[in-house]
Design a protein around this ligand. Structure first.
Ligand code: FAD
Length: 424
């Protein structure tokens, strides 16, 4: 049986591991922290705008397992909030254990608190093994890198406002390592609109109980709340520095927008605590993630690898990429979509079977193709891609790829001969 090592246990790594395992490979999933799901432990927004289409495409392609969990754990469904339609919000406090149970049930070997620090090559374009910080050498036939693009701490200090103490907890679990760089490839680093490197994560979480009872009730009833900010606290400049261009709308600067994801997710990168507490309902507000949310947030898109249409790292034979590592993609749905294809193709490559590309008649296929072509443009480092908004959602609408009828999406997948392809 061929062996596949997936490094990085965020949504993309889990999706890659699930697909490769279901294709019959022996899979080891390596994660440096004590939690799977990485940034998925602090997000929660699914199915908003074009993510609905991509979710249904994944389900029709046969990669429905993780969406079954996020749908089941969604406390609010079909919610419209500023700039976004039919969103659902999963409970970020319950999702990781559920995913861990699935991964175990499938027989995937999970190695937590194991950090990959290097690769060993057998020739220029082929990896033989990864090396962990404990000094182990782990061999495999094929490798998938899904280490994300966040931090590590030195980057947050240099290009942000300091270590924000985010969910990845680099000071305790050690820094992210780019396997593509260790393999001798050049990574891309994003820029903010002002030309400085990286981009700030776009939301922070407040303990719900620290909000007024009225706000808590509103959040639990509607799933979201919009609280107008006094003029003196409006800062539109912050919008240009964040990752999530789908939320770079004026209403997200003029108001405090809260989403109920178990925590009260505040849709801004960071907010001075003293000023936040001057707003009605926030008098006792307290940040839960990142802990230093009053000052800054994590810096992302520091290390994106170039890849081909099969999700294979450019110039490498047996290294596949998924999630934020595989492009300037933002979001859980985007991570699961790219991770699934990377894991599937890693298994196909190992079995010497033809690898899969997704056609441009599907939003996922179009996103992969479009985002790669953008990399040839001069301003590519400032652009991010998500089904949920900004430039790519606009393109989806223009090309009639934004569909919210699940039956119609299934038919399109079927007409391409791809129904349940991931399980065949
Ligand atoms: C605060 C915040 C809120 C967000 N909210 C949402 C939302 O509501 N909806 C949405 O769709 N998206 C949201 N996003 C974006 C989304 O979470 C990410 O784009 C997506 O989850 C990225 O997944 P990933 O698997 O590519 O990377 P990550 O989640 O970063 O996972 C990478 C994993 O690799 C591990 N790792 C790194 N290096 C190594 C190594 N050397 N060895 C072993 N392991 C390693 C890391 O510990 C991490 O667990 C949010 C992001 C943030 C930061």
């Amino acid at each position: 049986m061929s062996k596949i090592i997936v490094t990085g246990g965020g949504w993309s790594g889990v999706a890659a591991a699930v697909r490769a395992k279901k294709c019959g490979a022996d899979v080891v999933l390596i994660e440096k922290t004590d939690l799977l799901l990485g940034l998925g432990n602090v997000g929660g927004i699914m199915r908003n705008n074009g993510r609905y289409t991509a979710t249904e495409e994944n389900i029709a392609l046969g990669a429905g397992e993780l969406f079954e969990i996020t749908d089941r754990l969604s406390t609010h469904k079909n919610v419209d909030f500023p700039g976004h339609a039919h969103a659902s919000f999963y409970d970020v406090l319950l999702v990781e254990p559920e995913v861990r149970r699935l991964v175990k049930k499938l027989g995937i070997e999970v190695r937590l608190m194991t950090r990959v620090i290097d690769v060993i090559k057998e020739r220029d374009n082929r990896i033989k093994a990864v090396v962990t910080s404990q000094g182990e050498i782990l061999d495999a036939d094929v490798f998938v890198e899904t280490t994300g693009s966040t931090g590590p701490m030195g980057n947050c200090m240099r290009h942000g406002n300091g270590c924000s103490m985010c969910i990845l907890r680099c000071p305790s679990f050690g820094p992210r390592v780019s396997l593509t760089e260790r393999a001798g490839l050049d990574d891309l680093t994003a820029c903010k609109a002002d030309g400085t490197r990286g981009a700030f994560s776009g939301s922070c979480k407040i303990e719900k109980r620290s909000l007024s009872k009225k706000l808590q009730k509103k959040l639990e009833k509607d799933g979201f709340a919009v609280v107008p900010l006094p003029k003196k606290l409006v800062n539109k400049e912050k919008l240009t520095r964040k990752v999530c261009q789908q939320y770079a709308l004026d209403s997200f600067a003029e108001n405090l927008i809260l989403i109920d994801t178990g925590y009260a997710k505040l849709m801004t990168s960071y907010f001075d605590l003293e000023q936040l507490r001057s707003v009605e309902g926030f008098e006792n507000a307290r940040f839960a993630d990142p802990y230093a949310g009053g000052k800054g947030n994590s810096i992302r898109y520091m290390s994106v690898g170039m890849r081909d249409k099969y999700m294979r790292a450019e110039g490498m034979e047996n290294l596949f990429l998924g999630g934020e590592k595989s492009g300037f993609f933002v979001g859980h749905t985007e991570a699961i979509s790219t991770g699934s294809l990377a894991g599937y193709n890693a298994a196909m490559y190992a079995k010497k079977r033809p690898m899969l590309t997704l056609p441009a008649s599907l939003a996922i296929g179009d996103l992969l193709d479009f985002s790669n072509r953008v990399l040839e443009e001069a301003d590519c480092l400032e652009r991010r891609f998500t089904f949920a908004g900004g430039e790519y959602f606009k393109r989806m609408q223009e090309r009639n790829l934004y569909i919210t009828d699940a039956k119609k999406i299934k038919k399109i997948v079927e007409s391409e001969g791809l129904l349940d392809v991931y399980n065949q």
